[in-house]
Design a protein around this ligand. Structure first.
Ligand code: NAD
Length: 470
């Protein structure tokens, strides 16, 4: 090596080291006590990108181990983390915040990844599911830690890293838990932060994630505005959007079972679930009996006057539209009852009452533990109103019926991602029904209940005229 070559080699080594140091020094925002927490999107992407390379270059058994670690930690810390989220967001129910974290154990991991094989005269082919890389994740305030945890399992199982822009009102609990996951992953698997979180999330940081050239995929869980924003982006977006799930009860239904199902689904976390029962259409011939079944099952009925007062307070008409008041979203039935001028006992799971179709509790995704019941002449009318008030979200619908034709007709006509029959909506996510859970149900983009397969790219290898061993 001549002197000039030597100088050039030394300079290039020094430059490499400086670049390495630059990356390490920006890591100051990701301290060892809170790994994965970042002040800006670019630095978060640098780190997530590096960690993703480490993950994807490693063993499947490592991914499996990380998923199991996250599940174990969510279960062991369900009480503490549920409380943390409940105290920060101040919505929903503590017991159900804990329940949602316990459910993380059932979120699918690497076992969901499949490989298809083709074998014939021309050789063999393998269809494998590869990672996308770094995924931009937007989480809702309604289930901040559960959405991040479930997304992390599905995305890491398929070899990806995450950059999370949480809802600002649920950002602290999410950041705390993500840092705990990152710390444990580093200790057990020596992998850098796979769950990178923007500590002070804003619409601007969300926009930067949407536009970032090193983030090829977005996974957005939230209401109409963010769903629209994500679907406008020039990159692959998986959108878990809003719902307004209608329930139909026909004259053949087991009314006691229907009441139990509606209460279980609609009272879950004070009706914050996007799949939760939001309005009920009951055929007139069994309407009064259905109301009696609801009372018998423990829900409290509001009078017409009470409903009028609650509606004026909780969904007021502002300028030219109804606006769901944040003061009532996810609050306890007691708070809603007080607005209706009624005092109820602690522990009442749900309020209900008869309304017209025109009451805004029917059309709006209210996310409150009051469910309007609308009297309709027959099943056909019930189905028409269910279709109308689901608003084409394609999210969730529920029927209570023992008439196979009605069940089939409604399932076809609603065309929703989830369709619960003779049980609570939560049955569709494996809570008392069959199927696996997820907190991101991709509705407008059609991927459905997300799983590790949702976050993969199809890749085929063909070995031509060879390796066929039969
Ligand atoms: P939200 O729409 O207010 O916020 C969701 C997320 O989007 C937050 O992180 C928020 O900061 C962000 N956001 C909002 N507007 C944005 C914009 N224009 N650009 C970028 N980011 C933006 O919803 P929420 O109150 O947190 O959650 C409740 C909503 O989410 C309901 O509509 C519910 O149905 C829906 N949801 C859907 C699913 C599903 O799986 N389909 C799951 C949970 C919640």
């Amino acid at each position: 090596m001549d002197q000039q070559q030597l100088v050039s080699t030394v300079v290039s080594e020094v430059l490499k080291q400086m670049q390495g140091n630059a990356l390490t020094s920006t890591a100051s925002t990701s301290s060892s006590s809170r790994p994965g927490m970042f002040g800006d999107v670019d630095t978060a992407v640098d780190h997530a990108w590096r960690a993703q390379r480490q993950l994807a270059g490693g063993l499947l058994s490592t991914r499996d181990g990380i998923c199991k670690l996250i599940k174990r930690m969510a279960t062991e810390n369900a009480q503490a983390w549920g409380k943390l989220e409940f105290e920060e967001t101040n919505i929903g129910r503590l017991d159900h915040k804990i329940g949602k974290l316990e459910l993380i154990d059932s979120v699918p991991g690497v076992e969901f990844l499949t490989t298809a094989a083709h074998s014939g005269d021309a050789g063999i082919g393998l269809d494998e599911m590869a990672p996308w890389g770094v995924i931009g994740v937007i989480t809702p305030v309604t289930h901040s830690v559960p959405t991040m945890s479930a997304n992390a399992i599905s995305m890491i199982a398929s070899g990806n890293a995450l950059i999370v822009n949480p809802h600002p009102s649920g950002a602290k609990c999410l950041a705390h838990v993500a840092a705990e996951y990152n710390k444990a992953i580093k200790a057990e698997f020596d992998i850098d932060p796979l769950i990178c979180v923007i500590e002070k999330p804003t619409l601007r940081t969300a926009e930067e994630i949407f536009k970032h050239e090193r983030i090829p995929m977005l996974v957005v869980t939230g209401g109409p505005a963010v769903a629209r924003a994500a679907m406008k982006q020039a990159k692959r977006s998986i959108v878990a959007g809003p719902g307004n799930p209608p329930v139909v009860v026909d004259e053949t239904a087991d009314l006691d079972k229907a009441a139990e199902g509606i209460i279980a689904g609609a009272s879950f976390d004070n009706n914050l679930l996007c799949i939760g029962e939001k309005e009920v259409f009951v055929v007139a011939s069994v309407f009064d009996k259905m109301m009696a079944a609801m009372r018998k099952a423990g829900a409290v009925e509001l009078s017409a006057g009470g409903i009028e007062k609650l509606t004026a307070a909780a969904i007021p008409y502002v300028k030219d539209h109804y606006a769901v008041s944040k003061d009532f979203v996810g609050k306890d039935p007691k708070v809603l009852a007080a607005a209706a001028g009624v005092n109820i006992a602690d522990g009442v799971p749900l309020l209900f009452g008869e309304t017209d179709e025109s009451n805004p509790f029917v059309a709006e995704e209210q996310m409150m533990p009051f469910v309007p019941f609308v009297r309709v002449p027959d099943f056909d009318h019930a189905l028409d109103l269910a279709i109308k008030h689901e608003h084409g979200f394609g999210h969730t619908a529920i029927i209570h019926s023992n008439n196979l034709n009605n069940i089939t007709q409604m399932g076809r006509a609603m065309n929703t991602t989830l369709f619960a029959v003779n049980g609570p909506s939560t049955g569709c996510l494996g809570i008392g029904g069959e199927g696996y859970p997820s907190f991101s149900i991709a509705t407008p983009t059609g991927e459905g209940v997300t799983s590790p397969m949702t976050f993969t790219r199809f890749r085929r290898m063909s070995v031509v005229n060879s390796l066929r061993i039969v």
